[in-house]
Every structure is written in C-alpha cells, then in structure tokens.
Design a protein around this ligand. Sequence first.
Ligand code: NCD
Length: 320
Amino acid sequence: MTRRHLLSAADLTRADAEEILTTAASMHDIQHREVKKLPTLRGRTVINLFFEDSTRTRTSFELAGKWMSADTINISAKGSSASKGESLRDTVLTVDAMSVDAFIIRHSASGACHQVAGWVDASVINAGDGTHEHPTQALLDAYTMQQRIGSLEGRHIAIVGDLTHSRVFRSNLILLRTLGARLTVVAPPTLLPSGIGAWSARDGFTVSSDLDAVLSGDDVPDAVMMLRVQKERMSGGYFPTAREYAVGYGMTAARYRALSAANPDVAILHPGPMNRGLEISPEAADSPHSVILDQVSAGVAVRMAVLYHLLAADTTEVAV
Ligand code: NCD
C-alpha cells in the first residue's frame, strides 16, 4: 500500500484493507507483551490534533504511536491557539512548519481532514470529521468482527441507530461492502439520512425501520452494530422520548435474549461512548456476545497498522 493519507474508507481497496487487517493482527500480539515497544517509527513525529472530545480514539492513536517509538504529541482545541481564534489552516500550517510527519485529526466540520491534506506536507489521518467519516473506526470494527465471526465475505451485518449523524456508519458502510459483507441499516424514519433510498439502491444495501423484523426470520445477522444517539449533533426532536427510542430501536434485554437465541454466535458491537439504557441495555453490553471492549483493544493494533503503512512500510529495513 503506497498512500500518504487515510481520509475515507473509500481510499482503501480490498487489498489495502486486508493488508492493514493482517498487519494489525501482528501488532495485536505486541499488546500482550510485557514490554510494548517497537523501533518502527523511531524519529517520526505524530501530532494528535483533536478539536472534538475523545477517549478511545485519541488514547489509542497516542499509544499506537508510542508503542512504535514515534514522538507523539496531543493538541486539543482547548489549550491551543484555536481557542484564541486562530483558523484551522493557520493552526495546521504552524505545526506543519515544525516538520512533523503525520496529523491525526478530529474536527466537527465534515471535510476538515480533506482540506488539511491539501495544506500540509505531512500525512493526514481522519479520526472523525463531523458526520462524514471515521475510517480507522471502521477498520477496527472489521478487525473485531473477523476475530469473532471469521471472514466477512457474504456475512450479514446490521447497523442500527442514529444513522443521520454517524460518521461510524458511513465509514463502515463503505469498508464492509469492500470486504464483501451484506448490510442492513436500521433507524427510525427520522434518523435515516435523506436520499438513503437512492443510495441503498446504488450501493446495494437494505434499509429498514423495523428492528425486530431485521433481528429475526431466516437471515438473522451475524453481527449487530449499535450506534450512539448523538444528542450533541441534534438540533430538534428526532424521537418523542428516550423511552420510546429504547423500545423501538434499542438493544433491550428482551431483544438481546431473542437475538442470541436466534443466533447463538452473534457479535454485538458499539463504537462507544455508550448511552446505557438508550441504544443498548447493560444486559447486552456486558454479555458474552458483546465485543465492545475487544473493539477498544483492536483500536490500538489497527491504528499501529495504519501508522505503519502510511509512515514506515517502505523504510522499515532502515528503521529496524
Ligand atoms: C464515535 C465517534 O466519535 O465518531 N466514537 C468513537 O470514535 N469511538 C462514535 C460516537 O461518538 O458515537
């Protein structure tokens, strides 16, 4: 894979994605070692530039860089000159002028990472841009599912929840199709992105607003990904009450019991952070079918693999 940026899941061919997932598997072994250090990115500088809150993504990118010996620096909007009114362009040009090798960027504006990629010499990795994309999340979700249920070719995966505001949904839709999975997406009509009818017809996925129908019948999903209700991105009322959302679209305890009886091997995912009791019940989140903490663990390995392929794949012999 010879690529400088990772801005969208669409940047990845099937061969690229499979290469990253294979590398991630070897990186994952390192996570279980007592001494977690590889020399791979020695002398490289990686900047985590986060304009939106994050626990998992920022920590895992930081660990990924550190475990490969890169110098990793975190810059957040609070505490940087962005809070004094500096533009995104001036902020990244300032840091780029210090000769850094990669920017990992999270921003509330869809398209922000594409813009930055046009301004800087460094590699740019999209760690979530508005409601647009989050490609490393999709990679770690695919990795986690493969570990639990095997190859994704022909497998049925359901993505459920606040599709309108979800960059995780958009990146997963692209990557999972690239990897050969069959997809059903489920949301209340008010949280289906506009134009999804034409989009699903073009890209060949199924859209539903009937969660119980999708989770039963003769094509029970192999994996079900629950998405967070993104209240911070909602400007109005998208559903009457939290209770009604949970009853219609949450992975309630009753729904979890029915699903795990219908498919005892089902994997339940959630990218986090979870609204327990809203989109997912504790019974489902803490169940043996839940791979939510496996997703977190995979996040470090997958991000190590992405950094490796973007920054070091051609020069490892020199670095080691
Ligand atoms: C997601 C995000 O920030 O897009 N979280 C994450 O990266 N693990 C999903 C979300 O915020 O709901």
